[in-house]
Design a protein around this ligand. Structure first.
Ligand code: MG
Length: 377
């Protein structure tokens, strides 16, 4: 099926930071996706926390399985709207590469440590990973991805930070939107985590079906499932409800975005960027229902006392790691060493990059190696 005129067309890409010959068998966005899958940051996602810390159980989502769910949802939406599925997939696969160990608790701790030096933000760090930190190619640092993939990775950014980012930061200064594929990846992220967090929360026993029935989006589909399968019990109920919620969100998003696209009729991706509002969006009713679900999860899952107890511990691990390595950078392994003559801010950034790159289990092991003399150094 031909791409819509307002899709990201690979032959009209705004290009890479370091020009390269076009790939022979793939489009430029397929090449981006493949580079992301081959990166070491991507492999580390397997051992990084989404909500539940890696060792809490084998069935909970990790950053990697979360990322795959985002990519799969994003591709469905992109294809239905005749947008660029490869670009959407590339953005989705890269969107969490900059996450610290231990999820948001880890990111908040590192941000606090980095406050005197410009802070730490996982989204900006994802861009830093693909632009600077990956070391794979002879001719350039990072993965040298196309503008459109990088634009999609940088989901949000303060004006102060955007000013230092060149062309990729411009839209935060002039109020423009990213391309449609980026808008899709962003909402696919939400659809994925809202639903898999219900699943993981129920599995962990932190959430209960009766409690979730107070959330309209859940209750609607719960009633539908029970009407159709009155004797259904156990985890099949959970899965039947969740698959319906995902389907409802995705179909609503596709239908409403189609309406907006028909109305705005952007001639190309630049018209999309200048459209004044996102053209990928839920209808008002579903957007409100989705927000209610998010609020429920925030209150009942992300702030659950068991999650909080783990967060307190993991924040301390990240803070301790940062402080120890920042105070004595000679503790860093040679591969993470500082540039010659580095000032305090550069030292802090190097340590933050190193800590952010850790998996949960590496971080737990490393803090022991640094603290316990009975452990080998
Ligand atoms: Mg995500």
């Amino acid at each position: 099926m031909a791409l819509a005129p307002y899709a990201a067309h690979p032959h009209r890409t705004r290009g890479r930071r370091y020009p390269e010959p076009a790939p022979q068998l793939r489009s430029d966005y397929q090449r981006d996706r493949d580079r992301i899958v081959h990166s070491s940051a991507f492999r580390r996602l397997e051992y990084k926390t989404q909500v539940f810390v890696n060792h809490e159980g084998d069935l909970f989502r990790t950053r990697l399985t979360h990322t795959l769910e985002v990519a799969q949802i994003a591709r469905t939406i992109a294809r239905a709207l005749r947008l660029n599925e490869d670009l959407c997939e590339a953005i989705a696969l890269a969107h969490d590469l900059g996450h610290t160990p231990f999820g948001h608790a880890g990111q908040d701790a590192l941000d606090e440590c980095m406050r005197p030096f410009g802070g730490f933000e996982h989204n900006l760090q994802s861009l830093r990973v693909v632009d600077e930190l990956e070391e794979r190619y002879a001719d350039f640092p990072g993965l040298n991805l196309t503008f459109e993939t990088r634009e999609g990775i940088l989901k949000h950014c303060t004006r102060a930070r955007a000013a230092g980012l060149g062309d990729i930061g411009e839209r935060f200064l002039n109020g423009h939107q990213p391309g449609l594929e980026a808008q899709i990846a962003n909402l696919a992220d939400e659809i994925a985590y809202n639903n898999h967090d219900i699943d993981d929360g129920l599995r962990a026993g932190l959430l209960h079906i009766e409690q979730l029935r107070g959330v309209a989006l859940f209750e609607d589909h719960f009633r539908e499932v029970m009407a159709r399968h009155p004797r259904l019990t156990g985890k099949r109920v959970r899965y039947e409800v969740i698959r319906r919620i995902i389907n409802r969100l995705v179909t609503d998003l596709v239908a409403h975005s189609r309406e907006r696209l028909d109305q705005a009729a952007p001639g190309d991706i630049d018209a999309v960027r200048q459209a004044g509002r996102p053209l990928i969006a839920f209808s008002a009713g579903v957007a409100a229902a989705n927000t209610a679900l998010k609020r429920f999860l925030f209150k009942n899952l992300y702030r659950h006392h068991r999650v909080h107890r783990m967060n307190v511990k993991t924040r301390r691990v990240v803070t301790d790691l940062f402080q120890k390595l920042f105070q004595d950078p000679r503790l860093l392994p040679p591969r993470a060493r500082l540039p010659q003559g580095a000032d305090e801010a550069a030292r802090a950034r190097t340590v933050a990059d190193y800590v952010a790159g850790m998996t949960d289990r590496f971080a737990l092991d490393e803090i022991e190696r640094l603290s316990d003399p009975r452990r080998l150094p």
